[in-house]
Design a protein around this ligand. Sequence first.
Ligand code: CTP
Length: 403
Amino acid sequence: MENFLNRKVLLGVSGGIAAYKAAMLTRLLVKAGCEVQVVMTPSAHDFVTPLTLSTLSRRPVLTELFARDGTGAWTDHVHLARWADVLLIAPATANTLGKMAMGLCDNLLLACWLSLPERTPVYVAPAMDLEMWRDGASRSNLDKLTARGVRAIGPESGELASGLTGLGRMSEPEHIVQALREALVGGSKLSGMRMLITAGGTQEAIDPVRFIGNRSSGKMGFALAEEAALRGARVELVTGPTNLRTERPGISRTDVVSAAEMAAACKALAPSADAVVMTAAVADYRPARASDGKLKKKDAVLRIDLEPTEDILAWMGANKPQAQRLVGFALETDDELTNALGKLERKNLDLLVLNSLRDAGAGFGTDTNKVTLLAPGKDPSALPLMSKSETARAILDRLEESL
Ligand code: CTP
């Protein structure tokens, strides 16, 4: 399966002749699924035009830390650095690598590098002439950086712009993208997979202003969608009404309101999905007839007839393509394990995530969850109380094991 690289890439372009390859690199990153924000050093402008890179990245290119037009405007390098999933500097010239090693900060790219959160991976694709690469200062600068966790891609050996032949050529854009893919998502079996993930609760109309809903916040489904996308999956996220947002590239979002809308969206997307994770709290009943006008208050008891909605997960289990993995959620308050195991079998699931409302910190609206994972023929595995992102990681680890 083709690996997908869906990361927010801060692409630093410094001023060497290989900067002309930054255009192709930008294009390939965008094509692979990345969002690319280009930051050029001032001297990179001598080699490649910002217009080329802004057109290909679909974002204005940034260069200056401070506007020089007297407006006092400045670029928020801290925010920019926090936005990025990965900093890639290509080409990384001897000058830029030297400044990075020394902690100098005389341009926006260096300010971003210094402001980068510790967890953010940094890749550099050095590019310089043979002797510059061989030079002791270049060596020790790169050694300093790699000792701090910076990873170098290349350089490669070959014909150099000077006419000399040897080490110093920037790696080809294809190789850089491939190296990033392998390093960032290559290890995951979800990489390149199509996943359908549902989130949130549905709302069933009583009249134009009222509905029957539930307390689902959507946080678990969004955490799963983000984690799956980070592992390289192409995620279709179908969500009920929620204020949550996601900026992760690789997630395509469909907003729905009712169980019927969720069913329609899911039925359209499920057949082409390699895995489906049904996190949404879908209403089991809806008003048999939603009133066209707003119901007026009366003194008598109001009765609303409810009719069952379609069980989407059961439909998916019954129509599951052979290689598809189907993950359901269950919320039980009594006879938890017995009920959950029944659901696992009845709905033809490969994995069931059992929520228990009895556990403090688990369930609706919280940022934490405590779940038990059930798979056919396996002992239940009870996970400790964890953040919803950690729970998402554990669920997807388990899904990967089954692939
Ligand atoms: N689900 C669904 N369609 C529905 C109701 C539920 O697809 N109309 C899915 C949920 O997304 C979840 C799973 O079914 O993955 C279990 O939901 P839950 O409410 O725990 O159980 P139900 O199947 O509705 O059964 P019960 O009410 O008997 O517990």
